[in-house]
Design a binder for this molecule. Structure first.
Ligand SMILES: Cc1cc2nc3c(=O)[nH]c(=O)nc-3n(C[C@H](O)[C@H](O)[C@H](O)COP(=O)(O)OP(=O)(O)OC[C@H]3O[C@@H](n4cnc5c(N)ncnc54)[C@H](O)[C@@H]3O)c2cc1C
Ligand code: FES
Length: 284
């Protein structure tokens, strides 16, 4: 596949201008590239730290809104630990942006559900930002957001702002799914076939799961459980999207490290519909 990026393998020099603690093991890095760097929601970069190596990281800022490229990184191993020790100004390299974007155009005029588990809010953040800025083009917009404990919900200021703009928010992915399932049960029991949710969060607005879209990011177990539940509730499997992670080396479909079930996560993804995933792995 021909890359749309000019310097596919050559990292662009960039400077970390600010580092903020988000939780005990997650930091937000504000990065200033040495030349213009365009990107869209869902895309990722290959971040290199000289002498250490290169890792894929999602871009969590919104192009044209945030001054710098923002990266939210959990300390899990060799390179992420080295990144957490940096102090601004520090130099890094960035390649990309790589990968596909969330097909949000398709969701216009429909109800939209975002499911974010822990760090899963990172790739969804610029997407939610854009959707909230064009709120009138969508119907009901709901964020179902969970984390290991309430203190670890990321980007609370953004969530408050989106809520002020009309976003429905449910904290707790499992609770969110239960509320939605309850909604379906209510629909089935209703002689008038009305769809409504009995909670303060979602009131009684009508939601058609058949026509709704969902965007899910989080730990693999949460993603699979949520995709299955939404499908069981009647959501079209082509309208359920998630962003997958895999070990990556090149980011451009050459090394084969991210090849799973006939797909390169770096170039065919990282965003896939549930229908696509099931085609390649029916056990999903
Ligand atoms: C498209 C994409 C976007 C990503 N976005 C982000 C992001 O925004 N923020 C963030 O913190 N992380 C993100 N990741 C994950 C990140 O790339 C890994 O955490 C990182 O590569 C770990 O590097 P390390 O050298 O610190 O860990 P290593 O020393 O290589 O490994 C430490 C441990 O983590 C495991 N591990 C390493 N990479 C992955 C992986 N990709 N998936 C699952 N387990 C892994 C290893 O098996 C090992 O157990 C993303 C991954 C992908 C593929
Ligand atoms: S990371 Fe090399 S092929 Fe995907």
């Amino acid at each position: 596949m021909k890359s749309r990026i000019k310097d596919t393998y050559l990292p662009l020099k960039a400077e970390i201008v600010e580092i903020m603690d988000m939780t005990s093991d997650i930091k937000l890095f504000k990065v200033k590239p040495y030349r213009q760097f365009l990107y869209k929601p869902g895309e990722f970069i290959m971040l290199s730290l000289w002498g250490k190596g290169e890792i894929p990281i999602s871009i969590t800022s919104t192009y044209g809104f945030h001054k710098y490229i923002e990266l939210c990184i959990r300390r899990v191993g060799f390179i992420t630990s080295a990144l957490h020790l940096l102090k601004p100004p520090a130099k890094i390299g960035i390649r990309g942006p790589f990968g596909n974007t969330f097909p949000v155009e398709k969701a216009k005029g429909k109800d939209v559900f975002f499911f974010a588990g822990g760090l899963g809010i990172v790739p969804l953040r610029p997407l939610i930002h854009n959707v909230m800025n064009e709120k009138s083009k969508f119907k009901r917009i709901t964020l179902i957001c969970g984390s290991r404990n309430p203190g670890e919900i990321l980007f609370k200021d953004d969530i408050d702002l989106w809520q002020k703009k009309g976003l429905n928010i449910i904290f707790g992915v499992r609770k969110g799914l239960q509320l939605l399932i309850h909604n379906i049960e209510k629909k089935d029991n209703s002689s008038q076939r009305k769809v409504g949710i009995e909670t303060g969060h979602l009131n009684t607005s009508k939601i058609s799961f058949k026509n709704a879209y969902s965007f899910i990011c989080g730990p693999p177990v949460m993603i699979i459980e949520t995709m299955k539940s939404l499908s069981m509730m009647g959501m079209n499997e082509e309208s359920i999207f998630t962003s997958l992670e895999a070990h990556m080396k090149c980011g451009v479909g050459k090394c084969g490290h991210c090849y799973i079930d006939g797909k390169y996560i770096c170039t065919d993804g990282p965003i896939f519909s549930y229908a696509e995933l099931k085609k390649h792995r029916p056990s999903y």
